[in-house]
Structure formats: C-alpha cells, structure tokens
Design a protein around this ligand. Structure first.
Ligand SMILES: NC(=O)C1=CN([C@@H]2O[C@H](COP(=O)(O)OP(=O)(O)OC[C@H]3O[C@@H](n4cnc5c(N)ncnc54)[C@H](OP(=O)(O)O)[C@@H]3O)[C@@H](O)[C@H]2O)C=CC1
Ligand SMILES: O=C(O)C1=NCCCC1
Length: 353
C-alpha cells in the first residue's frame, strides 16, 4: 500500500473475476478453516470468527446492518501460484439487509455489502471491495459445497458427476436465481422446478434458464404454483425467501428417500421457512457453530455437525436421510473470497481459475 490509501474495488471489477472454481475453492477453505483445532492437524488452516452483530436500522422490521469480522490463517487459495504458499486474511464485511428494497420505485437489492481487507502484518486497511455479488456467489457456493458433501457423497465419490437429480428452487429472488443457474451448471439436473410468490419472477427466470440449459443439457424447467408442487419430486431443495411462515413441510418432500435442503433465507429468522416436522426428521448441519449459538436459538432439532467437519471426517448422511444445510453465511467465507478476488485482479492476465 504505497499511497497509504486503501484500494477500492468496484462491483464491475469484482464481477469480472468471480468464477465458480475461484469462489468454490475459497468457500470450501473457509468452511474447513473455522472447524475447531481438535478436529484437525496442528499445521492446518484456522480462523478466528466471533459472532457477528445485528443492528436494527429503525423501528420498523426488515432493515438490519450486520458487521462480520474474521481472521483466517494458514490457508491455501489453491491458485496456480506456488502450491506451498499460504494466505493470512483479516477482513470485515459490512452488509445490510433491507427486504423492501426490490419493491422501491427504483428497485435495489435486498442485500448490499462491502468487505474491508486489512494488512495482516500491520493491521492497516488495504482495500475496500464492493461485496454485493460476492455475497450472492459465496452463499450459493456454500450451498454447492454443502450439497456435494451432504448429498452426493452419500452415494459415492463419483455421484456428483454421474447422478441425475431433480432440483427445486423456492424463492426466485437474487439468491434463488443464482442457485438455479449454479445447480444446473454444476450437476446433472434432470428437472428444475421454480416457485416464487410472485409467479412472474419465476417465469422470467425459467425463460432465461431455458435458453441455456434446456438445449445444452436437456434440463426440463418448470414453473410451479406452490412450494409443494415444486418440491414433491425433488432430491435437492434450495429455499431462499424472507418468509416468517413455513413454506414447506414433511408432506412436501419425497417420502423415505434421500433429500437435501439448502435452507438459505428468512433473514435474521433463519429457520422459519422450513417447518419443524422436517427439522425433527432431518440431520441438520451448519456453516459455523459461532453464529448458530446466537442465531439458531429455538431450532427444532439438534445440530449434527459443521459442514467443514464433514469435509474433514467424511461422516456423510445415510442414503435415505433428509439433510438440511442451515446456511447463515459467515465472515470467513467473505474474507477468503475477497482475498481470492483481490489476487485474481492483481494478475497481469486473467485466466480460467
Ligand atoms: N445464508 C446466507 O448466507 C444468506 C442468506 N440470505 C437470505 O436469503 C434470502 C433471500 O435473499 P435475496 O434473494 O437476496 O432477497 P430478494 O429480495 O432478492 O428475494 C426475496 C425472495 O423472497 C420471497 N419472499 C419474500 N417474502 C416472502 C414470503 N412471506 N413468502 C414467500 N416468499 C417470500 C420474494 O418473493 P417475491 O418476488 O414475491 O417478493 C423473493 O423471491 C433472505 O432471507 C436473505 O436474508 C441472503 C444472503 C446470504
Ligand atoms: O452472511 C450474510 O452476508 C448474510 N446473512 C444473513 C442475511 C444477510 C446477509
């Protein structure tokens, strides 16, 4: 940092280098780094990630500011750099969730973020990075990584390449849209069912995705008129809304067959979208215990493990089980992705990561 001023990375710059290999590697590193040391080799990556804070922005509900600090040490970006080189990242994301924003006269995203990056040796602020797309990508990536380990691996090491799946998306906002595209891009999706409260949004998304995936991979894309219709035949469900009431219950799911749910949404109230009877039947996994302790009070089931623990110990769910990835989002993911983005932008030439 020669000028003493932090570098600013705007949304266009960040977007230019966000790719799935880059984000997935960074997110998987973060999920592993936050696992407690007694599950790992002493030489492993590690993270310090305190509970994040929530500030209500006014007296009406639906407007919050979160501060999300993290230190991630001794981890690899797994970039084409020297494979021995490790990273140390100090970061803090500031993110607002204003759920009425898409309905403003000039619509804005509900979730808007910036990530601050600090020099890990001196503590100086070295960069400020626009973090709105980064947040969407890293959240979808956490669902992809969770699906790989909690769903596919129960059927064997090759299942994510070989197994045909039906996917349901409940909520086609910013999160639902990228979940839909990313699941079709990563896995063999036979049928993609889209549900959104305002159906026109699901129809628009179906139109866009059909251009790409119906011809390329033969995926059948349907717009559904209820969450039940979307989910009744689904192997994987991604649910990302602000609903305070359950949108799916046990009767919505395929009976006695393996189902995996990425429960992404509902803002502060993480588990209200999915009915208690599903939690009571499922194995529940989280991104991190630190946030879970504060944010999942009253969760109607015990937590089985962090996703990072399953990545490390291979203790996958059984084939016919229901698994839930209760995604809260965590600062270490933002720190690792922001570091990877900064690294990619520093290269003289872009390359497919
Ligand atoms: N776990 C994580 O790391 C993260 C979680 N999130 C969470 O994901 C969720 C979605 O975020 P995002 O996609 O950015 O938000 P958007 O505002 O873009 O989309 C919100 C979606 O929720 C739907 N919705 C809102 N209220 C209800 C309701 N009462 N019943 C049914 N559907 C409803 C909306 O439907 P309609 O179109 O009809 O309005 C829309 O499809 C939020 O809860 C957010 O907090 C976001 C980022 C990270
Ligand atoms: O991790 C995040 O970023 C968010 N998580 C929950 C809702 C707001 C954004």
């Amino acid at each position: 940092m020669s000028s003493g001023l932090p570098t600013y990375y705007n949304a266009d710059a960040v977007r230019e280098v966000l790719t799935w290999p880059l984000v997935n590697k960074a997110v998987e590193s973060a999920l592993v780094a936050i696992v407690k040391e007694d599950h790992k080799m002493p030489s492993s990556s590690f993270a310090f990630q305190p509970k994040r804070t929530f500030t209500a922005c006014g007296k009406e509900p639906g407007k919050i500011l979160l501060t999300m600090p993290a230190y991630v040490g001794n981890y690899k970006l797994k970039s084409p750099r020297d494979p021995g080189e490790v990273e140390y990242t100090v970061a803090c994301k500031l993110v607002t969730s204003f759920s009425g924003n898409p309905r403003r006269d000039l619509p804005l995203p509900s979730i808007q973020a910036h990530v601050l990056l600090f020099d890990y040796q001196t503590g100086q602020l070295s960069a400020i990075m626009e973090g709105t797309d980064l947040t969407t990508w890293r959240t979808v990536s956490a669902s992809l990584v969770a699906t790989k380990y909690l769903y596919f691996r129960r059927f064997g090491a090759q299942a994510e390449q070989e197994r045909n799946i039906n996917v349901a998306i409940v909520g086609c906002g910013v999160q639902g849209q990228l979940h839909a595209a990313a699941f079709c891009a990563h896995f063999r999706v036979r049928q993609l069912n889209l549900y959104n409260r305002t159906q026109a949004k699901a129809q628009d998304l179906a139109y866009q995705l059909r251009q790409k995936f119906s011809t390329e991979s033969g995926t059948q894309i349907n717009v559904c008129s209820s969450p039940n219709e979307a989910c009744h035949d689904a192997d994987i469900i991604c649910i990302a809304t602000y609903s305070k009431e359950p949108l799916i219950n046990l009767a919505s799911l395929k009976a006695n067959q393996g189902v995996h749910i990425n429960a992404v949404g509902a803002g502060e109230n993480h588990f209200s979208e999915v009915a208690p009877d599903i939690y009571q039947r499922a194995k529940v996994y989280v991104d991190c215990y630190a946030n879970a302790e504060a944010e999942l009070v009253g969760l109607p089931a015990p937590i089985t493990a962090e996703v990072g623990e399953i990545i490390l110990d291979g203790n996958y769910p059984r084939e016919a089980e229901i698994s839930i990835f209760q995604s809260m989002g965590m600062a270490s993911e933002d720190a690792c992705v922001a570091q990877a983005v900064r690294y990619a932008l520093s290269l003289p030439q872009r390359f497919p990561y």
